[in-house]
Design a protein around this ligand. Structure first.
Ligand SMILES: NC(=O)C1=CN([C@@H]2O[C@H](COP(=O)(O)OP(=O)(O)OC[C@H]3O[C@@H](n4cnc5c(N)ncnc54)[C@H](OP(=O)(O)O)[C@@H]3O)[C@@H](O)[C@H]2O)C=CC1
Ligand SMILES: Cc1cn([C@H]2C[C@H](O)[C@@H](COP(=O)(O)OP(=O)(O)O[C@H]3O[C@@H](C)C(=O)[C@@H](O)[C@H]3O)O2)c(=O)[nH]c1=O
Ligand SMILES: [Mg+2]
Length: 307
């Protein structure tokens, strides 16, 4: 570990990944400064450069985004403002400050029809508003800041904020059975593991400014794969083991769970490029899950915070 900590400015304060970065930073030799609303508002681009400049970072991690997949169908303009204009402005600010930017994107840029894990050079084809704005956000970041790494993550869960694992535990507290789709495939990914990966990538970008191979697009998910029903079953098994709430998973089809946003059938990501170039590989989702379930059950971190 380097003697001088790596100084990282992170967009967003309450987000899953932002909070995970703040938590993991100290152990990994990183000084993490989270910058959020109102000082930095992605819908008010003029706030972005001053807010990031005040943090005097060596690298910017753009972890804030509009992430409400279903709600985005009804407010595409806001989703676009945050995920495209906002992301571009964050990248432009990083470029102005002369530092690299690590930008987070999503598996939802794919339509999930190729039947194998997606590589970075597979053609994106988002099937919902959120995915379209995130794809356009990738382009905005790349255009504004040549010195960037875009990390596509997926199915993020953590003890913090809104996510599928916390939703399942909340449902199990009040019912015996939960209906969950078993025909959407992906890779559950712990925000804490993402934080470790992001810090490693950020460190590489700062340490090796002239290495083009470290820049560009990378897939970064937990190892393994799952359906949402598999994930729910694993959550309930772990919760039951710890004496927490549990429920029977009724495996259903996507057709039986209508949602405003279409979701793709298979958005698994091939993460080999990240491993080869950055030396980063996240643990299997089943390895990362128990800590998160235990912390959700303990519930301490969410006390006094809005869900
Ligand atoms: N959640 C998931 O399952 C997945 C997420 N991703 C991507 O990973 C990244 C991190 O996601 P995650 O941590 O889960 O996000 P969360 O939904 O947990 O948090 C979103 C963050 O964005 C901030 N934010 C939203 N709107 C604005 C705005 N107008 N101005 C400033 N900040 C704003 C929120 O601010 P505040 O702190 O004020 O609430 C919050 O910090 C995002 O780029 C997301 O697209 C990719 C795949 C899966
Ligand atoms: C709550 C619930 C959801 N589902 C289904 C709906 C949906 O198809 C799937 C996942 O639901 P969620 O709304 O929790 O997850 P969703 O918002 O689709 O999660 C996505 O968020 C964005 C931000 C991303 O970038 C993606 O990688 C992905 O993590 O599970 C059930 O079948 N039963 C349930 O009780
Ligand atoms: Mg959701």
């Amino acid at each position: 570990m380097s003697a001088t900590p790596l100084r990282i400015a992170v967009t967003g304060r309450e987000g899953q990944v932002a909070r995970a970065l703040a938590e993991r930073g100290p152990a990994l030799g990183a000084e993490v400064v989270c910058v959020g609303r109102p000082a930095l508002d992605l819908t008010a681009p003029a706030t972005i450069l001053p807010a990031l400049a005040a943090a005097a970072p060596q690298v910017v991690v753009h972890a804030a985004a509009y992430t409400a997949v279903d709600r985005a169908e009804g407010e595409p303009d806001l989703a676009h403002a945050v995920n495209v204009e906002g992301a571009g402005a964050v990248a432009a600010a990083a470029a102005r400050l002369g530092v690299p930017v690590v930008h987070l994107s999503t598996d939802y840029v794919f339509d999930g029809r190729i039947g194998r894990p997606h590589r970075e050079d597979d053609a994106p084809a988002p099937v919902n508003v959120y995915g379209r704005t995130k794809l356009a956000g990738e382009a905005a970041v790349a255009a504004a800041a040549p010195d960037h790494a875009i990390l596509r993550v997926a199915w993020v869960y953590s003890p913090f904020g809104r996510n599928f694992v916390r939703t399942m535990l909340a449902l199990a507290a009040t019912r015996n059975a939960v209906r969950v789709v078993s025909d959407q495939h992906g890779a559950p990914t712990s925000a804490l593991a993402i934080a470790d990966g992001v810090i490693a990538v950020a460190r590489n970008l700062v340490a090796r400014p002239d290495e083009a191979a470290l820049r560009g697009l990378f897939h970064m998910t937990g190892a393994g794969e799952a359906t949402w029903a598999d994930l729910a079953e694993a959550v309930f098994a772990e919760s039951a083991r710890l004496g927490g709430p549990s429920a029977r998973v009724e495996r259903i089809g996507t057709v039986d769970y209508p949602t405003p946003a279409v979701r793709a059938p298979d958005t698994r990501l091939d993460c080999n490029r990240l491993a080869a170039v950055h030396g980063v590989a996240l643990p299997h989702w089943r390895v990362s899950l128990p800590e998160v379930v235990a912390r959700c059950l303990a519930g301490k971190e969410e006390e006094g915070r809005t869900p």
